[in-house]
Design a binder for this molecule. Structure first.
Ligand code: SAH
Length: 371
């Protein structure tokens, strides 16, 4: 008995000691994002990549045109966070910086033009997503999150910018480009993952309509893997007008609440989470009407929030999924991430008779719904 009590006290003390350290992550929580953004603006990952091997501090400062002393402090922080690594050269006592797996995911934040063959199109960079989320436009609504909790109609994004995000990007082409590039880098990463881990989702299809498909990146990656698939990319006029033309893909400007072009399958990635249940039911119903009754399907790529305690293994991405739900609160009018039970509701209400869920190593899962 006494022993158990001692263990409990010991655990409590350890928990308190952990808290003393952990609390600082919240006080300065913004720092990692801000400093990585700074590294991207300075193009540090790309310069190290172009250099080939480890780069000395003086070479790096010269290449970037940076103050060596300020850069040294920035690099010390980023090395500590494992964004870069450094090695001391014994004889010369020089420091050499190198890329790490983390900074390899941050290469080339300016996506190469579609027919630019001088740069390799890095399909696994999340740099554009980081540049988008850390932009002043997307950060401003976070200061108004508590207002949303007090009044659900108080939109943090609208309070900061006078309208919803779709109206904002329609009126601001440079922010629209930032959004499209951000979505495109995730689409490229994720669709490559599906084509490798779960190609069955797309096998046998002759046409796919990507509803809210942005600049068409998902379809470009998909049709490269499945040349038999004809792609139709549906998005709002201001997005489609900037989408690069691609062989085998037809861009259609339209409103998914009004019309979805016909195809064997409709694909919806990171679209339904922008909307509430009634809106999702409307979009899904339009998709159901667009596909053939007997053999058509709707493929939804979205996060599925766990409604029970998740194991360490499964929780790898759970933190990101829950953060994404906060992003939806801050950036959309009615959007949210959903549990399986919440997905079940919108899918059934939209008139689908069955569905399957495939979890893959990713933030998002694949839900296939059948009419
Ligand atoms: N599916 C893409 C883009 C997701 S962002 C990807 O995952 O990369 C959400 C997309 O929905 C944006 O491209 C936005 O322009 C589009 N969208 C918003 N409202 C829409 C509407 N009413 N009709 C069609 N597309 C819409």
């Amino acid at each position: 008995m006494e022993n158990k009590k001692q263990v409990a006290v010991g655990e409590e003390e350890a928990e308190e000691a952990r808290a003393q350290v952990e609390i600082w992550q919240y006080v300065f929580g913004f720092t990692p994002m801000a400093v990585v953004k700074c590294a991207l603006e300075l193009r540090i990952p790309d310069v190290l990549e172009a250099h080939g091997g480890a780069m000395t501090h003086s070479d790096l400062s010269a290449a970037l045109g940076c103050s060596p002393s300020v850069l040294r402090r920035i690099m010390r922080y980023l090395v500590h966070r494992r964004i870069f690594s450094h090695h001391h050269h014994q004889e010369s006592s020089l420091i050499g910086y190198s890329l790490t797996p983390l900074s390899r995911l941050l290469l080339k934040y300016r996506l190469p033009a579609i027919n630019d063959t001088t740069t390799t199109n890095n399909t696994s960079s999340l740099a554009p997503l980081l540049m988008f989320e850390s932009s002043p436009v997307m950060l401003a609504p976070w200061h108004r999150l508590s207002a949303r909790a007090l009044d659900t109609r108080a939109s943090p994004f609208a309070a900061a910018h006078g309208g919803d995000i779709w109206a904002y990007v329609a009126a601001n082409p440079s922010h629209s480009k930032l959004l499209d590039d951000a979505m495109s880098c995730h689409a490229s990463l994720f669709v490559s993952t599906i084509t490798q881990c779960y190609p069955e989702a797309f096998q046998g299809l002759s046409s796919v309509v990507d509803v809210g498909g942005g600049d068409g990146t998902a379809l470009r990656v998909l049709t490269a893997a499945f040349p038999a698939i004809r792609g139709i990319n549906l998005d709002l006029p201001h997005v489609v007008s900037e989408a690069p033309p691609s062989e085998g893909i037809e861009h259609v400007a339209g409103d998914m609440f009004q019309m979805v072009p016909k195809a064997d399958a409709a694909f919806l990635m990171w679209v339904l989470h922008d909307w509430n249940d009634e809106e999702c039911i409307q979009i899904l119903s339009k998709c159901r009407e667009a596909i053939p009754k007997g053999r058509g399907k709707v493929i939804v790529a979205e996060a599925v929030i766990s409604d029970q305690h998740v194991s360490e293994e499964d929780s790898k991405y759970e933190d990101v999924r829950l953060a994404l739900d906060m992003v939806m609160l801050a950036h959309t009018e009615t959007g949210k991430e959903r549990t399986l039970q919440e997905w079940d509701y919108v899918i059934k209400q939209a008139g689908f008779t069955s569905y399957t869920v495939k979890h893959i190593e990713s933030v998002v899962s694949i839900i296939e719904a059948y009419p």
